[in-house]
Ligand binder design. Structure first.
Ligand SMILES: CSC[C@H]1O[C@H](OP(=O)(O)O)[C@H](O)[C@@H]1O
Ligand SMILES: Nc1ncnc2[nH]cnc12
Length: 287
């Protein structure tokens, strides 16, 4: 049963590397949400952010305990949807594959290439106890165009020189790419590289949630700048995310505040099918 004293958060923030907390200590409620897909990365915090009730989940868990390939994205998105979330603003750290895209810039990707393997990437997989039926997500535009427009306007209003479209390639990790892989992804049309945007992005869409991603470029990926000895490393990524945190929080707040109250995501699988997923373990008011 849902807790009637808990405000319904229509918007969620998923925090990536370097973002493990959204609310000041003592100002949010922590909710443990059980899901048919196992436990999410941690408790969901519900508090006020950007002037509205917001749910927050740290993708890698407290203390960055979960590597990218072990993040249970199905449980994470399900937990957020079951609390009433309709719009997700996710943050990620990314490497640049474009010599003209320098570290320190925010990117709002519009396309995605999946290079992960073996991740549970659908609710409609016929698993016993899982969602029933055969559904095919319309994934041509995996990030919500309406939320992307909202985010771009908010970032520009905040004075950011944002890259307003980009293709993100999602690699399996936890290792970074070789120089040859990096050059291959670039040749295939990718602008940025990351380890977590898949399957998170498409799972949100399967549940009928709109998702927009704020990617912060922390590094230039190996092999991008000829002759340079550049190579991403986790310490550098985390150091740069820590330095960018005040900026990231301010931008997330501006984006969250700008999501229209009546926002409804596009229907990329029939709503009846998304509801069938959520109905597996109903939470009052979620379906
Ligand atoms: C800590 S370095 C690699 C790590 O950083 C990115 O995390 P996230 O996408 O959650 O911001 C990348 O995807 C890797 O998981
Ligand atoms: N270069 C890189 N490759 C993959 N994921 C990243 N996250 C941040 N930088 C990255």
């Amino acid at each position: 049963m849902s807790d009637p004293s808990l405000p319904v958060p229509a918007v969620a923030v998923i925090g990536g590397s370097g973002l493990y907390r959204l609310f000041e200590p003592g100002t949010a409620r922590e909710v443990d949400v059980a899901t048919p897909y196992g436990p999410p990365s941690g408790p969901v915090s519900v508090g006020t952010f950007g002037g509205r009730p917001v749910a927050f989940l740290a993708r890698h868990g407290a203390g960055h305990a979960l590597p990218p390939h072990r993040v249970n994205a199905r449980a994470n998105l399900w937990a957020l949807a079951s609390l009433g979330v309709r719009a997700v603003v996710s943050s990620t750290a990314v490497g640049s594959l474009d010599p003209t895209l320098a570290p320190g810039v925010f990117v709002v990707p519009d396309q995605l290439i999946d290079r992960t393997t073996g991740r549970a990437d659908t609710y409609f997989d016929g698993a016993p106890g899982g969602a029933s039926g055969v559904e095919h997500l319309a994934a041509a535009d995996p990030f919500c165009p309406q939320l992307r427009a909202v985010a771009l306007e908010a970032l520009r209003a905040a004075g950011e020189e944002v890259r307003d479209a980009a293709t993100t390639v999602v690699v399996q990790g936890p290792r970074f790419s070789t120089r040859a892989e990096s050059r291959w992804y670039r040749a295939a049309g990718a602008d940025i590289v990351n380890m977590t945007q898949y399957p998170e992005t498409v799972l949100a869409a399967e549940l009928g949630l709109g998702l927009v991603n704020l990617s912060f470029v922390t590094d230039t990926d190996a092999g991008v700048l000829p002759g340079e000895a550049d190579a991403a490393d986790a310490a550098l990524v985390l150091e740069r995310m820590a330095a960018a945190q005040p900026r990231l929080l301010a931008l997330l707040g501006a984006v969250v505040a700008a999501v229209p109250d009546d926002y409804e995501a596009r229907e990329l699988v029939p709503r009846t099918a998304s509801r069938r997923v959520l109905a597996l373990a109903p939470v009052d008011g979620a379906a």
